[in-house]
Ligand binder design. Sequence first.
Ligand code: IMP
Length: 192
Amino acid sequence: MKFVLATHNPNKIREMGAILGQFGVEVVSPKELGITVDVEETGSTFAENAMLKAKAICELAKLPAIADDSGLCVDALNGGPGGYSARYGGPGLDDTGRWQLLLKNMEGKEDRACRFVCAIACVLADGETVTVRGECEGELLHENHGAGGFGYDPLFYVPECTFGELAPEVKNRISHRARALGRLRDVLKDKI
Ligand code: IMP
């Protein structure tokens, strides 16, 4: 069965495509279908926002859809930036500007515990919906390491190195996204 990935983020498309490809799931991006609509994230949880995106793109594409809503939750910032990870600091910042702002806001904070959270929502051809979640625990470094991955990866330390220093295939085995998509595969295996 072919799924449309309900995101325009090339990094998510690359990672989700690689993980789902290992499960034998074929995917297509909205862009490949001529869909340019940006779905507004008006939900209050990762799961709600993922479902909003999956439903909207499923309807436009007339294909089953899989959406990711994710973010970095830092204990010392009461779970922030969380659902605002992509918008942290406002529209003027790129990935580097956002992690630099995060480092600044973490200055002097000793508790560096954090986790990446990923909610995956899926809408099937018959309208049935599934939501799953994956998390990956880590620590926020005081400086960036590695140029791989995207977003906050250069700061996110899992024992031995950051996500930014991991080979893509290793990140795609242990990440919050990999964990959520693994759960989706378990739920879908009898349905598709
Ligand atoms: P969303 O499009 O609202 O789900 O935003 C997700 C944001 O969370 C991304 O733009 C990144 O800033 C951050 N994020 C999510 N997953 C990852 C990851 O695997 N590595 C680094 N940053 C991530």
